[in-house]
Design a protein around this ligand. Structure first.
Ligand code: FUB
Length: 320
C-alpha cells in the first residue's frame, strides 16, 4: 500500500485544472456510473498492488468502494461496500473482485460483481448483493447467480419492463423480477469451447460482430434503440466498439468505434455510459497514475455525443 501512495503523490502535482483522473487517492478501474437520487454514483473495481504471494503482474482486487458526486469533479468516497472474504461463495484471498454494476428497483439497490468461486468450481461466477441505499450496506447473497459463468456483469432495465443481464463475451439473459436469478424462459445455446461443448443460458449478442473476443459489455437504451457497447481486441489491445438493436437481446448490428486502439494507454478499456442532467458521459479508465503498470488503473470521464441517426461519435481521451 505504501508504494501506491508514493506513485500517487508523485503524480498529483502534474495535475492542474483538468479533472481527469477523477479519483486520485486510490486506483479505480472498470467504472460503472449510475444516476440515483439526483447524484452520479460510481461503482468501479479497486486495483491494488498485489501482496506477497499473489501474481505481481496481474489484476489484484479485494473489495469495492462506491463514490458519489453532484458535479463530476468533487467525489465522496463512501468506503468499502463489498469485500472478498465476507462473500460466502467467493474463494478466500482470491483477489478477483472484477468489474461490477449496480441498479435500483423498487427502492432496493442490486450490486452485481464477478469473482472466483470457492475451490472446485473454477472460472468466474457473478454474485449479487442487496442494499436499501446506493451507498450500502450491501448484503451479499449466499450463492452466485446460477447459469452465469463469466465476468463483467451489466444490467439493462429495459422499457419493455424486463431486466436483462449481460456478461463477458456479450452474453445476455433475462432476469427474474427478483433481480437475483435468471428467468426460467431464457433460451439455451450450445457453445463450443475448444473441444468441449457447453449448454449456456441466454444468447450471445456478439454473434455477428467483428470479434467474439470481447469483455466488459455495457448496454443501455436511448431514443428507441438499444446499445451494446464493449471492448474488443484489435491491433493487440482493446478498442471500444458498439452495436445497436431494436430488441434488448439483439440481434445487434455493429456500428463502429467509440474509442480507437491505444487511445486510453492501457490494454483494457472497460467503460460505462450515462446521461446526467441532459449530457451523456463516457466513464472509462487508463493508467495515468501508474504508467508502467496497466493493471493499476484510474477512472476518467469524457462527454459523449450522438449523431442524428443515433450513432455515437468517437471519443478522444483528455489528459494523457
Ligand atoms: O479489471 C479486471 C478486468 O479487466 C475486467 O473485468 C475487464 O473488463 C478488464 O477491464
Amino acid at each position: 500500500m505504501k508504494k501506491t501512495l508514493t506513485i500517487l503523490t508523485l503524480a498529483v502535482p502534474l495535475i492542474t485544472a483538468a479533472q481527469n483522473p477523477v479519483i486520485r487517492d486510490q486506483f479505480t478501474a472498470d467504472p460503472t456510473a449510475r444516476v440515483f437520487n439526483g447524484k452520479v454514483y460510481l461503482y468501479p473495481s479497486h486495483d491494488i498492488l498485489p501482496p506477497t504471494g499473489q501474481r505481481q503482474d496481474w489484476f489484484c482486487m479485494e473489495d469495492y468502494h462506491v463514490f458519489s458526486s453532484e458535479n463530476l469533479t468533487d467525489w465522496t468516497d463512501h468506503g468499502v461496500i463489498v469485500t472478498q472474504n465476507k462473500v460466502p461463495w467467493v474463494r478466500k484471498d482470491s483477489y478477483s473482485m472484477w468489474a461490477p454494476d449496480c441498479v435500483e428497483k423498487n427502492g432496493k439497490y442490486y450490486f452485481y460483481f464477478p469473482s472466483a468461486p470457492a475451490a472446485g468450481r473454477g472460472g468466474f461466477a457473478v454474485g449479487v448483493a442487496v442494499a436499501d441505499s446506493p451507498e450500502g450496506p450491501f448484503i451479499p447473497e449466499p450463492e452466485p447467480i446460477k447459469g452465469i459463468n463469466g465476468i463483467d456483469p451489466c444490467v439493462l432495465q429495459a422499457s419493455d419492463g424486463n431486466a436483462y443481464i449481460f456478461w463477458g463475451n456479450g452474453r445476455c439473459a433475462k432476469l427474474k423480477p427478483n433481480m437475483k436469478e435468471l428467468a426460467d424462459d431464457n433460451p439455451k445455446e450450445t457453445v463450443k469451447w475448444g473441444n468441449r461443448e457447453m449448454e449456456m443460458v441466454g444468447v450471445s449478442c456478439l454473434k455477428d460482430l467483428p470479434s467474439r473476443q470481447a469483455e466488459g459489455p455495457f448496454a443501455f437504451e436511448y431514443n428507441g434503440n438499444y446499445y451494446l457497447t464493449y471492448p474488443y481486441v484489435r491491433e493487440n489491445t482493446e478498442v471500444l466498439g458498439y452495436a445497436m438493436s431494436k430488441n434488448p437481446m439483439g440481434p445487434y448490428e455493429y456500428k463502429g468505434l467509440i474509442m480507437a486502439e491505444h487511445a486510453n494507454g492501457c490494454w483494457t478499456n472497460h467503460h460505462s455510459i450515462v446521461n446526467y442532467k441532459g449530457q451523456w458521459y463516457l466513464f472509462y479508465h487508463q493508467n495515468f497514475f501508474s504508467p508502467s503498470d496497466d493493471k493499476r488503473r484510474s477512472v476518467q470521464i469524457e462527454k459523449l455525443y450522438f449523431n442524428a441517426d443515433g450513432t455515437i461519435q468517437e471519443v478522444k481521451p483528455t489528459m494523457r
